[in-house]
Design a protein around this ligand. Structure first.
Ligand SMILES: C[S@@+](CC[C@H](N)C(=O)[O-])C[C@H]1O[C@@H](n2cnc3c(N)ncnc32)[C@H](O)[C@@H]1O
Length: 240
Protein backbone atom coordinates (compact mmCIF):
# COMPACT_ATOMS: atom_id res chain seq x y z
CA UNK A 1 0.00 0.00 0.00
CA UNK A 2 1.28 3.44 -0.69
CA UNK A 3 0.60 7.00 -1.72
CA UNK A 4 0.42 7.98 -5.36
CA UNK A 5 1.01 11.60 -6.35
CA UNK A 6 -0.99 11.64 -9.57
CA UNK A 7 -1.12 14.37 -12.19
CA UNK A 8 -4.72 14.93 -13.30
CA UNK A 9 -3.79 16.91 -16.41
CA UNK A 10 -4.67 20.48 -17.33
CA UNK A 11 -8.48 20.36 -17.07
CA UNK A 12 -10.10 18.10 -19.67
CA UNK A 13 -10.63 14.82 -17.76
CA UNK A 14 -9.58 12.90 -20.88
CA UNK A 15 -6.03 14.15 -20.40
CA UNK A 16 -5.13 12.10 -17.31
CA UNK A 17 -2.63 9.27 -17.99
CA UNK A 18 -3.75 5.63 -18.29
CA UNK A 19 -1.76 4.78 -15.16
CA UNK A 20 -3.21 7.71 -13.21
CA UNK A 21 -6.78 6.69 -14.07
CA UNK A 22 -6.16 3.06 -13.22
CA UNK A 23 -4.76 3.95 -9.77
CA UNK A 24 -7.66 6.33 -9.18
CA UNK A 25 -10.17 3.57 -9.97
CA UNK A 26 -8.59 1.33 -7.33
CA UNK A 27 -7.91 3.78 -4.54
CA UNK A 28 -9.25 3.81 -0.98
CA UNK A 29 -8.72 7.55 -0.44
CA UNK A 30 -8.54 10.41 -2.94
CA UNK A 31 -7.34 13.85 -1.84
CA UNK A 32 -7.85 16.30 -4.70
CA UNK A 33 -7.13 19.89 -5.66
CA UNK A 34 -9.70 22.51 -6.69
CA UNK A 35 -8.70 22.54 -10.36
CA UNK A 36 -9.15 18.78 -10.77
CA UNK A 37 -12.11 17.85 -13.00
CA UNK A 38 -15.08 16.55 -10.94
CA UNK A 39 -15.50 13.78 -13.55
CA UNK A 40 -12.14 12.40 -12.44
CA UNK A 41 -13.00 12.41 -8.74
CA UNK A 42 -16.12 10.41 -9.70
CA UNK A 43 -13.84 7.71 -11.09
CA UNK A 44 -12.74 6.70 -7.58
CA UNK A 45 -14.67 3.67 -6.24
CA UNK A 46 -17.92 4.51 -4.43
CA UNK A 47 -16.43 3.19 -1.18
CA UNK A 48 -13.40 5.52 -1.45
CA UNK A 49 -13.05 8.42 0.96
CA UNK A 50 -13.05 11.72 -0.98
CA UNK A 51 -11.17 14.64 0.56
CA UNK A 52 -11.28 18.02 -1.23
CA UNK A 53 -8.23 20.14 -0.57
CA UNK A 54 -10.52 23.05 0.41
CA UNK A 55 -8.80 25.19 2.99
CA UNK A 56 -6.43 22.50 4.24
CA UNK A 57 -2.88 23.78 4.83
CA UNK A 58 0.07 22.05 3.18
CA UNK A 59 1.04 20.63 6.60
CA UNK A 60 -2.45 19.17 7.08
CA UNK A 61 -2.31 17.61 3.60
CA UNK A 62 1.08 16.07 4.36
CA UNK A 63 -0.26 14.68 7.64
CA UNK A 64 -3.33 13.19 5.91
CA UNK A 65 -1.17 11.54 3.24
CA UNK A 66 1.22 10.13 5.83
CA UNK A 67 -1.57 9.01 8.17
CA UNK A 68 -3.64 7.25 5.52
CA UNK A 69 -0.53 5.78 3.89
CA UNK A 70 0.69 4.37 7.23
CA UNK A 71 -2.77 2.96 7.92
CA UNK A 72 -2.33 0.78 4.82
CA UNK A 73 -4.71 2.55 2.45
CA UNK A 74 -4.13 3.11 -1.25
CA UNK A 75 -4.06 6.88 -1.37
CA UNK A 76 -4.28 8.93 -4.56
CA UNK A 77 -3.22 12.55 -4.20
CA UNK A 78 -4.77 14.01 -7.34
CA UNK A 79 -3.15 17.25 -8.46
CA UNK A 80 -3.76 19.57 -11.40
CA UNK A 81 -1.41 19.23 -14.38
CA UNK A 82 1.86 17.58 -13.38
CA UNK A 83 2.54 17.17 -9.64
CA UNK A 84 6.09 18.54 -9.98
CA UNK A 85 5.29 21.65 -12.05
CA UNK A 86 4.34 24.39 -9.58
CA UNK A 87 2.23 21.84 -7.77
CA UNK A 88 4.06 21.45 -4.43
CA UNK A 89 4.34 17.77 -5.32
CA UNK A 90 8.01 17.87 -4.37
CA UNK A 91 7.12 19.00 -0.85
CA UNK A 92 4.60 16.18 -0.47
CA UNK A 93 7.11 13.63 -1.80
CA UNK A 94 9.74 14.89 0.68
CA UNK A 95 7.28 14.68 3.58
CA UNK A 96 6.39 11.09 2.63
CA UNK A 97 10.06 10.14 2.19
CA UNK A 98 10.95 11.66 5.58
CA UNK A 99 8.07 9.73 7.19
CA UNK A 100 9.18 6.48 5.53
CA UNK A 101 5.88 6.08 3.65
CA UNK A 102 6.31 4.47 0.20
CA UNK A 103 5.11 6.67 -2.62
CA UNK A 104 5.12 6.95 -6.38
CA UNK A 105 4.92 10.02 -8.59
CA UNK A 106 2.66 9.55 -11.61
CA UNK A 107 3.43 12.41 -14.00
CA UNK A 108 0.63 14.39 -15.57
CA UNK A 109 0.10 16.49 -18.68
CA UNK A 110 1.17 19.94 -17.55
CA UNK A 111 -0.63 23.11 -18.56
CA UNK A 112 2.87 24.42 -19.38
CA UNK A 113 2.63 22.95 -22.87
CA UNK A 114 -0.92 21.52 -22.99
CA UNK A 115 -2.78 24.80 -22.51
CA UNK A 116 -0.84 26.63 -25.26
CA UNK A 117 -1.27 23.52 -27.44
CA UNK A 118 -5.03 23.66 -26.92
CA UNK A 119 -5.01 27.03 -28.72
CA UNK A 120 -2.51 25.86 -31.37
CA UNK A 121 0.61 27.44 -29.82
CA UNK A 122 3.64 25.10 -30.00
CA UNK A 123 5.83 26.48 -27.18
CA UNK A 124 9.09 25.30 -28.78
CA UNK A 125 8.49 25.68 -32.51
CA UNK A 126 11.72 24.80 -34.34
CA UNK A 127 13.47 27.85 -35.71
CA UNK A 128 11.49 30.21 -33.46
CA UNK A 129 11.97 29.08 -29.86
CA UNK A 130 14.63 26.63 -28.69
CA UNK A 131 13.86 27.26 -25.02
CA UNK A 132 10.87 27.76 -22.77
CA UNK A 133 10.91 29.46 -19.38
CA UNK A 134 8.15 28.59 -16.89
CA UNK A 135 7.53 31.35 -14.35
CA UNK A 136 5.41 31.42 -11.17
CA UNK A 137 3.93 34.92 -11.37
CA UNK A 138 1.64 35.14 -8.33
CA UNK A 139 3.96 37.85 -6.96
CA UNK A 140 4.66 39.94 -10.08
CA UNK A 141 6.59 42.62 -8.15
CA UNK A 142 9.21 40.06 -7.10
CA UNK A 143 10.14 38.78 -10.56
CA UNK A 144 13.59 39.30 -12.09
CA UNK A 145 12.40 41.21 -15.18
CA UNK A 146 15.87 41.89 -16.67
CA UNK A 147 16.58 38.13 -16.62
CA UNK A 148 13.15 37.33 -18.09
CA UNK A 149 13.52 39.97 -20.81
CA UNK A 150 16.88 38.42 -21.78
CA UNK A 151 15.67 34.79 -21.67
CA UNK A 152 15.65 33.21 -25.13
CA UNK A 153 12.54 31.56 -26.58
CA UNK A 154 9.09 31.42 -25.02
CA UNK A 155 8.01 32.68 -21.59
CA UNK A 156 5.07 30.96 -19.88
CA UNK A 157 3.65 32.64 -16.78
CA UNK A 158 1.53 30.71 -14.28
CA UNK A 159 -0.84 32.32 -11.76
CA UNK A 160 -0.23 35.77 -13.26
CA UNK A 161 -3.72 36.92 -14.28
CA UNK A 162 -4.29 39.32 -11.35
CA UNK A 163 -0.98 41.09 -11.96
CA UNK A 164 -0.95 40.97 -15.75
CA UNK A 165 -0.57 44.74 -16.19
CA UNK A 166 2.48 44.84 -13.87
CA UNK A 167 3.93 41.75 -15.56
CA UNK A 168 3.70 43.18 -19.07
CA UNK A 169 4.94 46.60 -17.94
CA UNK A 170 7.86 44.99 -16.07
CA UNK A 171 8.94 43.06 -19.16
CA UNK A 172 8.77 46.14 -21.41
CA UNK A 173 10.62 48.31 -18.87
CA UNK A 174 13.36 45.66 -18.73
CA UNK A 175 13.85 45.77 -22.50
CA UNK A 176 11.46 43.18 -23.95
CA UNK A 177 10.11 44.51 -27.25
CA UNK A 178 6.67 46.06 -26.78
CA UNK A 179 5.55 44.40 -30.03
CA UNK A 180 6.28 40.88 -28.72
CA UNK A 181 3.16 38.76 -29.26
CA UNK A 182 1.40 37.47 -26.17
CA UNK A 183 -1.58 35.23 -25.47
CA UNK A 184 -3.69 34.62 -22.38
CA UNK A 185 -5.55 31.32 -22.25
CA UNK A 186 -8.23 30.86 -19.63
CA UNK A 187 -9.62 27.42 -18.68
CA UNK A 188 -7.47 25.77 -21.33
CA UNK A 189 -8.70 22.37 -22.63
CA UNK A 190 -12.11 22.92 -20.99
CA UNK A 191 -15.44 23.75 -22.68
CA UNK A 192 -15.28 27.36 -21.41
CA UNK A 193 -11.74 27.88 -22.75
CA UNK A 194 -11.02 31.49 -23.81
CA UNK A 195 -8.09 33.03 -25.65
CA UNK A 196 -6.97 36.60 -26.14
CA UNK A 197 -3.99 37.56 -28.30
CA UNK A 198 -2.20 40.89 -28.55
CA UNK A 199 1.17 42.51 -28.10
CA UNK A 200 2.75 43.19 -24.70
CA UNK A 201 1.37 46.73 -24.52
CA UNK A 202 -2.26 45.64 -24.90
CA UNK A 203 -2.47 42.10 -23.52
CA UNK A 204 -3.47 43.14 -19.97
CA UNK A 205 -6.33 45.34 -21.19
CA UNK A 206 -7.53 42.63 -23.55
CA UNK A 207 -7.59 40.03 -20.78
CA UNK A 208 -9.52 41.98 -18.12
CA UNK A 209 -12.67 39.86 -18.51
CA UNK A 210 -10.84 36.52 -18.24
CA UNK A 211 -11.01 34.34 -15.15
CA UNK A 212 -8.44 32.04 -13.56
CA UNK A 213 -7.01 29.54 -14.17
CA UNK A 214 -5.14 31.41 -16.87
CA UNK A 215 -1.76 31.11 -18.49
CA UNK A 216 0.21 33.92 -20.19
CA UNK A 217 2.41 32.95 -23.14
CA UNK A 218 4.91 35.53 -24.44
CA UNK A 219 6.96 35.04 -27.59
CA UNK A 220 6.99 34.70 -31.35
CA UNK A 221 5.46 31.19 -31.16
CA UNK A 222 2.10 32.88 -30.48
CA UNK A 223 1.99 33.85 -34.17
CA UNK A 224 1.88 30.16 -35.16
CA UNK A 225 -1.63 29.89 -33.69
CA UNK A 226 -2.89 32.37 -36.27
CA UNK A 227 -1.36 30.27 -39.06
CA UNK A 228 -2.89 26.99 -37.83
CA UNK A 229 -6.23 28.64 -37.10
CA UNK A 230 -9.20 27.06 -38.82
CA UNK A 231 -7.29 24.00 -40.05
CA UNK A 232 -6.63 22.69 -36.52
CA UNK A 233 -9.23 20.25 -35.24
CA UNK A 234 -10.60 21.41 -31.90
CA UNK A 235 -10.66 18.90 -29.11
CA UNK A 236 -13.97 18.62 -27.36
CA UNK A 237 -13.62 18.01 -23.64
CA UNK A 238 -14.82 14.52 -22.96
CA UNK A 239 -15.79 12.56 -19.93
CA UNK A 240 -13.11 10.11 -18.85
C1 LIG B 1 -0.52 25.94 -8.88
S1 LIG B 1 -0.28 25.96 -10.63
C2 LIG B 1 -0.35 24.24 -10.96
C3 LIG B 1 0.22 23.89 -12.31
C4 LIG B 1 0.06 22.40 -12.63
N1 LIG B 1 0.80 21.59 -11.69
C5 LIG B 1 0.46 22.05 -14.05
O1 LIG B 1 1.41 21.28 -14.25
O2 LIG B 1 -0.21 22.53 -14.97
C6 LIG B 1 -1.87 26.52 -11.18
C7 LIG B 1 -1.74 27.45 -12.38
O3 LIG B 1 -1.56 26.69 -13.57
C8 LIG B 1 -2.18 27.33 -14.66
N2 LIG B 1 -3.25 26.47 -15.16
C9 LIG B 1 -3.59 25.26 -14.70
N3 LIG B 1 -4.61 24.73 -15.42
C10 LIG B 1 -4.91 25.65 -16.37
C11 LIG B 1 -5.87 25.71 -17.42
N4 LIG B 1 -6.72 24.69 -17.65
N5 LIG B 1 -5.90 26.80 -18.21
C12 LIG B 1 -5.06 27.83 -18.00
N6 LIG B 1 -4.12 27.84 -17.02
C13 LIG B 1 -4.05 26.77 -16.22
C14 LIG B 1 -2.74 28.64 -14.12
O4 LIG B 1 -1.75 29.64 -14.28
C15 LIG B 1 -2.96 28.29 -12.68
O5 LIG B 1 -3.02 29.45 -11.87
Amino acid sequence: MSVYLVGAGPGDPGLITVRGLSLLRECDVVLYDRLVAPELVQQAPLRAVRIPRGSLSQEQINELLIGHGRAGFRVVRLKGGDPFVFGRGGEEALALADAGVPFEVVPGVSSLSAVPAAVDIPVTHRGIAAAVTAVAAHEPDRLDYPALARAPGTLVFFMGLAGLDRLAAGLIAAGKAAATPAAVVSSGTLPDQELVVGDLTEIAALATALEPPSLLVVGEVVRIAGRLGAAALRRVAMAA
